[in-house]
Design a binder for this molecule. Structure first.
Ligand code: PAF
Length: 281
């Protein structure tokens, strides 16, 4: 398997593949790959002739007090996971090759980034949009693959692609969970044994609200209360947000009529964890 660090080398490889008439799928990642990423790579390998996985811990999407320095890395494991899942190339650039010192272009997907994770992470989505746009311009993929676990990120990227006329299909892929229901995340490794057990409250509380939906409940406030009560029953969990929003606009809804996203974020032992589900009425 090929690992390339330079933008020019990647562009040359893409040119060769394009001359051969091959389609290209891109899976953007920050590394420390797990089964969630693996499912994206496998899907990309099924749907494209060639698959590029980018591994880049993007500094511009981390706020000042976030975990950029300690973000977990394991290139050896990433390499073998990419290879066994069917990737053809890893693009692993350095921050200095991705960003000019005096870079001054920003992207703001206004409105969609104000709430949910964007409320507490004001620089996050701007950084994600810039790096994803750069990757799109470097790789020029036919399709790009993102996990539904980061539901706001997926909605923001879809809107950016539409608004800026990127000729790329964005494919959202289902959340992959541990056997006990915890959504896979690179940040799960920050948790102690007790914290790991406590984190199950995310999925448990969402399941409880799904039950309420099945039983005909349509009021967002009742939903939120059900989730809140359940999460508060876990002493290690601290709620960041519980939101019921329109899945396209990400604006809060009071009554569930169309397609909605139920999204939650909690802190366990200072680690911020997110989970969600989408419901179509
Ligand atoms: O979801 C992620 O891992 C990152 O936000 C992404 C899309 C790779 C951009 O750095």
């Amino acid at each position: 398997m090929n690992i390339l660090n330079s933008i020019d080398e990647v562009r040359n490889q893409i040119k060769t593949w394009r001359k051969e008439g091959l389609s290209i799928g891109l899976v953007p990642t920050m590394g420390f790959l797990h089964e969630g990423h693996e499912s994206l790579i496998r899907r990309a390998a099924k749907e494209n002739d060639r698959v590029i996985v980018s591994i880049f811990v993007n500094p511009t999407q981390f706020g000042a007090n976030e975990d950029l320095e300690t973000y977990p890395r394991d290139m050896k494991n990433d390499e073998s996971l990419c290879f066994s899942a069917g990737a053809n190339l890893i693009f692993n650039p350095s921050p200095s090759s991705m960003y000019f010192d005096d870079a001054c272009t920003t992207i703001n997907v206004a409105g969609l980034t104000d709430g949910l994770c964007g409320a507490k992470r004001p620089v996050h989505f701007g950084g994600v949009c810039v790096v994803v746009s750069k990757l799109f311009n470097i790789v020029t993929p036919d399709k790009a693959y993102f996990g539904e676990k980061d539901a706001q990120q997926l909605a923001v990227i879809k809107r950016m692609v539409r608004d800026l006329n990127f000729d790329i299909e964005i494919v959202g892929c289902p959340i992959i969970r541990e056997t006990d229901g915890l959504a896979k995340s690179s940040r799960n490794t920050y948790l102690s044994e007790n914290g790991r057990k406590a984190a199950l409250i995310l999925n448990k509380s969402l399941n409880l609200s799904k039950e309420a939906l099945k039983n005909g409940e349509r009021k967002s406030s009742i939903f939120k209360d059900i989730i809140k009560e359940k999460i508060n029953s876990e002493v290690l969990a601290k709620i960041d947000y519980i939101e019921v929003v329109d899945s396209l606009t990400l604006k809060p809804v009071t009554n569930i009529k169309a397609s909605i996203l139920v999204a939650i974020a909690i802190y366990i032992e200072n680690t911020r964890l997110i989970d969600n589900f989408t419901y179509k009425a």
